[in-house]
Design a protein around this ligand. Structure first.
Ligand SMILES: Cc1ncc(COP(=O)(O)O)c(C=O)c1O
Length: 396
């Protein structure tokens, strides 16, 4: 045990960087609802449906066969091969040695950031944004500057001039998430090219969080534009992905990274010191998802599109609610009376109406004025939530 310093004071504080992290405002809202019976919660980013049976069966079979040991840091070879095949189908030639398996998308983000950014580095992130992307570089001692998306008649959009102005020769890393949580914004191919060219010129790393790439509602049914479609094999681009969203595997904690060859040895070391490897039976389940899951993913996107449209229509009928169908992800990020204080509003909604939404301010200052509703559920559940919101608004 630490001895008290000569002054007589024993301090047991975490590092300043850690103590300065923002705690989750979604959690704060959930805590405000403790003790409220029958809360209808739409605040977390996951479906209310269980992982498909064929994926659960694959994990059970792997466990039955004794898949209980450590694996290679970068993942088991058959999963890396399956990922290379999957990424090749979506985005063009990719080999297994460019792919690393991680224990979740969020771990992939941590690893990717650890690879390229550290204390004192300048990091730029486009917000509103799922808080983890902004907080991870801060854990490592980096300085994070944000560039805000704007909300207008066409929904959320990026001011490219503003972003390029923020990316200077002193910038180390750009963090982008498209399709975006919480806004559903999808970066266009043209914008990706412009940003990539600019970052190439200035030697800036890009970490692209593409965990929602399959949840894209473009008419052609294709995945959202990815930096993998346009980046050269060995440039400063790291793409992060996850099994959580497209295959409903949030609780399994399985993700992956596609990175330049030159990084893979160092990435293996980082994985060793973070998690060592993802559980092998979970990796086996990942192979089933990739090799047997295509029709499931397409069906899921169809269901999500129907839920999205249903919710937009239902909410738009409420007084003062402004909702626009997002082109990607699984959230409606909308404005409503009282949302200018979104944290207080969401606490009141959970306490007084039994409705669980996420406050826009949880996703950065540009998110204030909005609330987030995850629509990954059936329309009956959405209707029950909308009825609660309607009652709440009528009682004001
Ligand atoms: C933008 C974004 N990136 C990454 C993740 C990480 O997902 P997971 O850690 O479940 O793979 C999430 C989860 O909500 C997310 O919204």
């Amino acid at each position: 045990m630490n001895q008290p310093a000569a002054s007589g004071l024993l301090t047991a504080d975490a590092r300043d960087n850690v103590r300065a992290l923002r705690s989750s405002q979604i959690r704060e809202v959930a805590n405000a609802g403790l003790g409220v019976p029958d809360v209808l919660a739409f605040w977390f980013g996951e479906s209310d449906r269980v992982t498909p049976q064929f994926i659960r069966d694959a994990a059970a079979a792997a466990l039955g066969q004794g898949a209980t040991f450590y694996s290679h840091n970068l993942g088991i070879a058959p999963l890396r091969e399956a990922l290379a095949g999957y990424v090749t189908r979506l985005h063009g030639p990719t080999t297994a040695d460019q792919v690393a398996v991680t224990s979740s998308g969020v771990s992939a983000l941590m690893l990717a950031t650890q690879l390229v950014a550290g204390a004192g580095d300048q990091v730029v992130a486009v917000t509103p944004l799922w808080p983890n992307l902004v907080e991870i570089p801060k854990i490592l001692g980096a300085d994070v500057q944000t560039v805000g998306l704007r909300f207008g008649a066409q929904g959320w959009s990026l001011d490219m001039d503003q972003l390029l102005a923020a990316l200077t020769p002193g910038t180390r890393l750009l963090l982008l998430n498209s399709p975006n949580n919480p806004t559903g914004w999808v970066m266009s191919r043209d914008d990706q090219r412009t940003v990539l060219d600019h970052c190439r010129r200035l030697g800036i790393w890009i970490i692209a969080d593409e965990v929602y790439e399959r949840l894209s509602y473009a008419d052609d049914g294709a995945a959202a534009p990815s930096f993998l479609d346009i980046a050269e094999r060995n440039e400063r681009v790291i793409c992060v992905n996850s099994f959580s969203k497209a295959w409903l595997m949030t609780g399994w904690r399985l993700g992956w990274i596609v990175a330049p060859d030159a990084l893979m040895g160092d990435l293996g070391k980082l994985i060793e010191y973070n998690t060592s490897c993802a559980p092998v039976f979970v990796q086996q389940a990942g192979i089933a998802a990739l090799t047997q899951g295509e029709s499931f993913v397409q069906q899921l996107v169809g269901d999500l599109r129907a839920s999205r449209d249903h919710l937009v229509q239902a909410l738009s009928a409420l007084p003062g609610v402004q909702a626009k169908a997002p082109p990607g992800a699984m959230y409606l990020f909308f404005s409503m009376p009282g949302a200018e204080h979104s944290l207080a509003l969401c606490k009141a909604l959970v306490r007084e109406a039994g409705l669980g939404l996420a406050p826009g301010s949880a996703f950065g200052p540009e998110g204030e004025g909005f609330v987030r509703w995850c629509y990954a559920c059936d329309t009956a559940r959405l209707d029950a939530g909308v009825a609660r919101l309607q009652r709440y608004l009528a009682s004001r």
